[in-house]
Ligand binder design. Structure first.
Ligand SMILES: C=CCCn1cc(-c2nc(Nc3ccc(C4CCNCC4)cc3)nc3[nH]ccc23)cn1
Length: 307
C-alpha cells in the first residue's frame, strides 16, 4: 500500500523514549548476575555533562542457555508490567547493528534483598520484614493477574528501592500460562535452583502460581533468617540429605524428603505465626496452598497485630 504524500509528511517516527542510544549509555560498575545476563550500572547521559539518569542495564550474555529470542521475550514481558512492586522497564538499547540488545531498567540503589537484610540485620524490625513480605505478595498477585508464573522467586531476585519498598526483578525464567491451563509444564528440568522448588516442579516440571507460592514460603524463610548464608535453604537441605548422597540425584533426594513431610526448620527467633505461614506455603498438595491474595491479607493482619 503506497502512503499518500500527506500521511508521509505526518508519519514521523514518534520519538521513542524507550530507545536508548548506545553511545550515550556510559558504563559505571557491575551490579549483579541474573538469568541470561549480567546487570550493570550505567548513566544515560545524552548531554554528556553527567546530569543524565542512572539506569540498570541487563546485557544479553550469549552463552549456552540464553539466546536473543528468549531475551526478547523477557524484555517484552517486563515492558507490559506496571506495578509499584515490580522493577520498572525503561527501554532497550540495540548494539552491533541490532545483533545484540540490552534491557534498560530503573536503578534501585539498595541492591538485592539478600545483601540488604544481612547488612542491616541489627536494625530491621519484624514489622519491616512483614512490610517487605506483603509488598512481594502484592507484586506476585499482580503477576498472577497477568497469568505470569515467575519460576525464580528468591530473595536474591528481590531488589530494595528504599528502606520501605522492595520490588520483584529478574523475569528470565518467567512463563505466561497458556489460556487453557493453570500450570506450565517444562519439557525438561529447568534452571530454577532446586531448593526453592515445590514438589510438583521437582517431580513433574509442573510450574504454576501455586509453585510460586511455595517459593514465596522459602523467601519468608530467607527473610526471617536475615539472609544468613550459614542457614540458607540450600545449606539446610544439604545438611538434611547428609553426605550419603549416593546415586539418587539431588532433586530425587529432595523430593523424597518433602514427600515424607520434612520441611525447613523455623529460623531462630522466628515469630510462630510467620513460621506457620511458611508451612501453609509448603503444603504438599498445591491445590491446598494459600493464594497470594490470602497471603497478603494474613501478612497485613500480622502487621496490624504487631503494633
Ligand atoms: C535481580 C537480581 C539478579 C540480576 N540483578 C539485577 C540487579 C539490579 N540491581 C540494581 N541495583 C543495585 C544497587 C546496588 C548494588 C550493590 C552492588 C555492590 N554491593 C552492594 C549492592 C547492587 C544492585 N538495580 C536494578 N534494577 C534492575 C535490575 C537491578 C542486580 N543484579
Amino acid at each position: 500500500v503506497t502512503q499518500s504524500p500527506m500521511s508521509k509528511a505526518f508519519n514521523l517516527v514518534p520519538h521513542d523514549q524507550t530507545l536508548f542510544e548506545e553511545r550515550h549509555l556510559c558504563y559505571i560498575s557491575p551490579l549483579g548476575k541474573g538469568n541470561f545476563g549480567c546487570v550493570e550500572l550505567c548513566r544515560y547521559d545524552p548531554l554528556g555533562d553527567n546530569t543524565g539518569e542512572l539506569v540498570a542495564v541487563k546485557k544479553l550474555q550469549p552463552n549456552k542457555g540464553s539466546n536473543l529470542e528468549d531475551f526478547q521475550k523477557e524484555v517484552k514481558m517486563l515492558s507490559v508490567l506496571h506495578c509499584d512492586y515490580i522493577v520498572k522497564y525503561r527501554g532497550v538499547c540495540y548494539s552491533m547493528g541490532r545483533l545484540s540488545m540490552s534491557l534498560v531498567m530503573e536503578y534501585l540503589p539498595y541492591g538485592s534483598l539478600t545483601g540488604y537484610v544481612w547488612t542491616n540485620r541489627h536494625n530491621i524490625t519484624t514489622r519491616r520484614m512483614l512490610l517487605f513480605s506483603s509488598q512481594i505478595c502484592k507484586g506476585m498477585e499482580y503477576l498472577q493477574m497477568q497469568r505470569y508464573v515467575h519460576r525464580d522467586l528468591a530473595a536474591r531476585n528481590i531488589l530494595v528501592a528504599n528502606e520501605s519498598l522492595v520490588k520483584i526483578a529478574d523475569f528470565g525464567l518467567t512463563k505466561v500460562l497458556p489460556f487453557d491451563k493453570e500450570y506450565y509444564r517444562l519439557s525438561q528440568p529447568g534452571q530454577s535452583p532446586l531448593f526453592w522448588l515445590a514438589p510438583e516442579c521437582l517431580n513433574e516440571n509442573k510450574f504454576s502460581h501455586k509453585s510460586d507460592v511455595w517459593s514465596f514460603g522459602i523467601v519468608l524463610h530467607e527473610l526471617f533468617s536475615y539472609c544468613d548464608n550459614s542457614i540458607n535453604p540450600k545449606r539446610l537441605c544439604l545438611q538434611e540429605i547428609g553426605q550419603n548422597v549416593q546415586g539418587t540425584s539431588l532433586s530425587m533426594h529432595l523430593a523424597n524428603m518433602l514427600a515424607s513431610n520434612w520441611r525447613l526448620p523455623a529460623p531462630p527467633n522466628c515469630p510462630l505465626q510467620v513460621y506457620s505461614l511458611m508451612k501453609d506455603c509448603w503444603t504438599y498438595d498445591f491445590d491446598k496452598r494459600p493464594s497470594f491474595s490470602d497471603l497478603s491479607k494474613k501478612v497485613e493482619n500480622m502487621i496490624q497485630d504487631d503494633r
